[in-house]
Write a protein that binds this ligand. Structure first.
Ligand code: TMP
Length: 217
């Protein structure tokens, strides 16, 4: 069954600009009178908050001499659980009301990041119930640019923000992304306004195809 709303997903390595672009798209759509909702993963929900704590090393371990912060396969399960809750309680209800839902990260993050620590087929399996988006935009930046932007942001350094790891993540993304008919790759190393215009044009084109009345100018 064709859904009423439109589901856009933005993906990329850390520092690729998914948050900035997602928020800009939401704001422009709203200014054009379209119901739009920006959301993100990990979410603000109970599981998402736990994940954020694990990623920023805030979880206190009281079991003596653990070498690892947290088991990575368990993290993969947490991401999948957070996602199912996100879909059921936020994404699907809004799609049902005809909203354009913009998710900053989704199951493709799990495929790209968690498959570094677990078998890829298992990561697919635990995300089996996550619905496909109508459009997936991959914001592609090189590792140096991504890490530089993350550094500028000045947040607590998270566990995946390392060059060697992100290099593999980007490779995973690029390998996967071409498999999906609904995916497009954007060169996100360019200036923000250029990246935005490209994302906007790909989204608007698709929205019009889906019957949304969007004024392009
Ligand atoms: P953020 O920086 O966009 O808030 O994302 C937090 C980190 O979580 C980022 O390094 C990517 C990672 N991540 C995964 O590893 N798997 C996932 O499924 C998601 C949604 C994010």
């Amino acid at each position: 069954m064709k859904r009423k709303g439109f589901f856009l997903v933005l993906e990329g390595i850390d520092g690729s600009g998914t948050t900035t672009i997602g928020r800009m798209l939401e704001s422009e759509l709203k200014s054009k009178g379209i119901n739009a909702h920006y959301t993100f993963e990990p979410t603000f929900g109970p599981v998402g908050s736990l994940i954020k704590n694990i990623l920023s090393r805030r979880v206190v371990m009281n079991s003596g001499d653990r070498k690892e912060l947290f088991d990575q396969k368990s993290v993969a399960l947490l991401f999948a659980a957070d996602r199912l809750d996100h879909i059921k309680n936020e994404i699907e209800p809004l799609l049902g009301k005809g909203f354009v839902v913009i998710s900053d990260r989704y199951k493709y993050s799990s495929y790209a990041y968690q498959s570094l620590f677990a078998k890829e087929s298992w990561v697919y399996e635990i995300n089996r119930f996550a619905i496909d988006p109508d459009l997936l935009l991959f914001l592609d930046v090189d590792i140096k640019t991504g890490l530089k932007r993350v550094g500028i942001r000045g947040n607590v350094k998270e566990i995946y923000e390392k060059a060697d790891l992100l290099r593999k993540v980007r490779k995973n993304y690029l390998r996967d992304i071409r498999k999906y008919r609904y995916a497009r790759i954007i060169d996100a190393g360019k200036m923000l306004d250029e990246v935005y215009l490209e994302a906007r044009s790909l989204l608007f084109e698709r929205l019009i195809e889906y019957g949304f009345k969007v004024q392009v100018n």
